[in-house]
Ligand binder design. Structure first.
Ligand SMILES: Cc1cc2nc3c(=O)[nH]c(=O)nc-3n(C[C@H](O)[C@H](O)[C@H](O)COP(=O)(O)OP(=O)(O)OC[C@H]3O[C@@H](n4cnc5c(N)ncnc54)[C@H](O)[C@@H]3O)c2cc1C
Length: 399
């Protein structure tokens, strides 16, 4: 903290994106405060795999590795997947990816959100114990912020105030800070809910991520280390309600059928959770000395498993901008620094969100003509190697 009681950066929200931002900036030598409304997440190896898992792309893993936390994740629990298969319920044609086609061992890793948060928090706590400049305000809820030319002040629910040169809002898809700043949001309600559960399967998952597009929404089966799969089944509102209300046996029977029995029968299921699906794109990422990051700036459809990966790309970009600014003696909250982050990240995030919406609309159509084109597109993408490599590189964060 400087003589005016000011940190370099205050990060609001310690989901995976906020916690990774705080750790990345701490490692760059910034003085950081991290404020999170909820208590610290716990994770125990003895507990069942947590309901929320994400598919992490190689560039996200490289970021976490560079922060020194990836080994803790793989030592705890993570499932690498080396193949991916995508097909359509209404048309022939299938797209399959293999990590070995790009000379790699994995296309990505399936990891529990809670575990990611836990290892990032532990790294922050350990850094603090070794004397690094990190202040954790947990639980602490930011209720108001005030931006001026010199700095930004965040007021917490207990009345205390945290001051910094820059405030990073990592407060999620419904970002209260975005609302307080009056940033407009482009929204699209997909009219779908994503049903999430871990299920037992009759056949081996073969370290493969399976995705079947069907009218109403996509169905993904993601491999877990214990041989089960984590499913994300996007369904239109009424259909989601019906499927959520099914007994376990009926649910497993419908699910097996929905995946064309590619993995045989579904033998068990955990409790099902459901998430409403809505795209939210902030019209701006920067107001004064405050910027948006992660879902606060862009919440996208989970069909491509990219929401958190995009958020971690934001973190990487911001770290680079602030590192360069620091080397040149420029203030962390200077407009030119924040604008460059906004320009670079907003364009990529809008492009990604729009392409997921386009894919969702295209695969949602029951028209025979559209289905025929989809089947053709999958077959062509599968056969044209350069195109396939471009798609793989985009998903891996290498474009
Ligand atoms: C069904 C489903 C499947 C998905 N699968 C994938 C996938 O496979 N791969 C992928 O990359 N992404 C996936 N995603 C997206 C991914 O889960 C999100 O993009 C990611 O979790 C967003 O992280 P975040 O840190 O930005 O926000 P959040 O995780 O929402 O964290 C925000 C934090 O801010 C805190 N907060 C809020 N307000 C305040 C305040 N006023 N003061 C203090 N703290 C505050 C909250 O308590 C919370 O901890 C999926 C999403 C869904 C719904």
């Amino acid at each position: 903290m400087n003589r005016r009681g000011e940190h370099d950066v205050v990060v609001v929200g310690a989901g995976v994106v906020g916690a990774a931002t705080a750790l990345a900036l701490l490692r760059e030598g910034f003085d950081v405060a991290l404020v999170e409304a909820r208590p610290a997440p716990t994770w125990n190896a003895a507990d069942d795999v947590d309901a929320r898992v994400v598919a992490l792309a190689p560039d996200a893993v490289a970021l976490l590795d560079g922060l020194g936390v990836w080994k803790s994740v793989t030592d705890a629990r993570a499932c690498a997947y080396s193949h991916m298969r995508v097909w359509d319920a209404l048309a022939a044609g299938e797209l399959s990816f293999a990590a070995e086609d790009r000379g790699e061992t994995a296309l990505g890793w399936i990891v529990e959100n809670r575990l990611l948060q836990h290892v990032l928090w532990q790294a922050l706590v350990e850094a603090g114990a070794r004397g690094a400049a990190i202040q954790l305000r947990v639980p602490g809820e930011v209720t108001a912020i005030e931006n001026d030319e010199r700095g930004v002040a965040a007021t917490l629910a207990d009345g205390s105030v945290v001051r910094a040169r820059l405030l990073v809002a990592a407060d999620g898809a419904t970002s209260p800070i975005r609302t307080q700043l009056g940033i407009a949001v482009r929204e699209h309600d997909y009219g779908q809910r994503a049903i999430v559960a871990h299920v037992g399967i009759e056949r081996a998952h073969e370290s493969t991520a399976w995705q079947r597009f069907q009218p109403g929404g996509p169905l993904a089966f993601l491999p877990l280390v214990d041989g089960r799969c984590s499913i994300v089944w996007s369904l239109q509102g009424n259909e989601a309600e019906r499927v959520l209300a099914l007994g376990d046996a009926a649910f497993c029977a419908e699910l097996g059928c929905a995946l064309d029995f590619r993995l045989g029968n579904i033998t068990s299921t955990t409790r099902r959770l459901a998430f409403p699906l809505r795209m939210r794109l902030a019209e701006r990422y920067v107001v004064g000395r405050t910027l948006l990051i992660g879902d606060a700036g862009h919440a996208v459809h989970p069909l491509a498993g990219q929401g958190l990966n995009l958020g971690l790309r934001d973190v990487n970009n911001l770290r680079g901008q602030l590192r360069r600014a620091k080397a040149r003696g420029i203030d962390a909250g200077a407009a030119q620094v924040l604008r460059r982050y906004e320009r670079e990240r907003r364009s990529e995030n809008i492009l990604a969100a729009s392409s997921f919406t386009l894919i969702e609309r295209c695969f949602n159509s029951e028209s025979i003509a559209v289905a025929g084109l989809r089947g053709l597109a999958l077959a062509v993408a599968d056969k044209v190697t350069p195109l396939k490599h471009v798609l793989m590189d985009a998903a891996a964060g290498r474009l």
